[in-house]
Design a protein around this ligand. Structure first.
Ligand SMILES: [Fe+2]
Length: 336
């Protein structure tokens, strides 16, 4: 049995059409979507008939639960106010452009699906088995992964929500984050990603599939609707320009942008090294800036003053660890 599993359609009917064609071409027997049908794009209602008419089996994501209930926010799970500002903007747009019938259909969706397929227990969730909007990042440590795998107990566990795809083997179990159809994976490619699973005779294999689609039409649609240019920039370049603070350091370091422009410190002081004044960052109109290989990276001691903000915002257990013999970079917030 061959399955095509996608997530995070994010109001992108152009990528969803490409998914349908590609999955059929690959001979997939069943098509699944793990939720977050709206957000980011400009055409939420265009997604619904494509899902229904093509028999895509859907579960609800946090976005669909929120739109279905008429909530005031998407329940995405962001904690940084700058992430939430962008999330709120597109949620309000999506809510205003989603028909009542479509929202009612979202309310009929389950938030997980579990089924025995070819002798294996297969579990589809949106965020993780722990909670609907859990961020199941590739960089989670072994204990965090084990926690989620044990909570499910399935042989095959598939999720989405973070927008970044990966595959792990945890013992005999297969865990797949299928990525998102709605926006690129912050890898500098315009393609988006989904997963193909082959489940036969008690054995499962997964492949992550890059999916080319008509991104020019998607970008034009977003621009015509007046959506913010940083959103369109991501579609056109493959780099994330919004909602970065939630991304852990390992995943964030792979992108072009690492920090909100407003998070760049206005000045530094350290033990004999560092800048007294703020680094000059070119204003290209984007809300985010690169950290690595830019004026924001610190040339003196091998660490980065702004990484304090990066790590502290993303990792609750992060603490600065001065390296012996190395100059110590201090947070500008420390006032020293
Ligand atoms: Fe989500």
């Amino acid at each position: 049995m061959r399955l095509a599993v996608c997530g995070g359609v994010y109001s992108n009917p152009y990528a969803l059409r490409a998914f349908l064609d590609d999955a059929r071409r690959r001979g997939c027997d069943r098509l699944f979507c793990l939720g977050d049908l709206g957000g980011f794009g400009a055409e939420p209602d265009a997604v619904w008939p494509l899902l229904v008419d093509n028999g895509v089996e859907c579960i609800a994501g946090n976005y669909d639960v929120a739109i279905g209930r008429g909530d005031d926010d998407c329940g995405c799970g962001y904690r940084d106010p700058r992430d939430n500002e962008f999330a709120q903007l597109i949620y309000d747009f999506t809510k205003a452009h989603t028909s009542a019938d479509y929202a009612a259909w979202m309310r009929t969706l389950d938030i997980e699906h579990r089924e025995t397929m070819a002798g294996l227990d297969v579990h589809f969730v949106h965020g993780s088995p722990l909670v609907l909007n859990d961020f199941f990042w590739e960089s989670l440590d072994d204990a965090e992964v084990e926690l989620r795998v044990k909570e499910s107990g399935a042989d095959v566990l598939c999720c989405t929500h973070t927008g970044l795809p990966w595959i792990k083997r945890v013992g005999e179990r297969l865990v797949v984050n299928v990525g998102a159809l709605g926006r690129p994976a912050n890898d500098g490619r315009r393609e988006v990603w989904y997963a193909v699973l082959d489940i036969d005779d008690g054995r499962a294999e997964a492949e992550l599939v890059p999916l080319a689609y008509d991104w020019q039409a998607h970008a034009a649609s977003m621009r015509a609707a007046g959506l913010p240019e940083p959103f369109v920039e991501t579609v056109e370049t493959g780099w994330w320009t919004t909602c970065l603070e939630v991304v852990p350091p390992r995943e964030r370091s792979r992108g072009r942008y690492q920090l909100y422009r407003s998070a760049v410190p206005s000045g530094f002081a350290a033990d004999g090294v560092g800048w007294a004044d703020a680094p000059e960052v070119v204003d290209d109109g984007l809300p985010v800036v690169p950290l690595f290989g830019s004026p924001c990276s610190h040339p003196g001691c091998g660490c980065t003053p702004t990484s304090t903000a990066t790590c502290a915002a993303s990792t609750a257990r992060w603490r600065p660890r001065p390296r012996p013999g190395a100059a110590r970079c201090l947070s500008p917030a420390s006032g020293t």
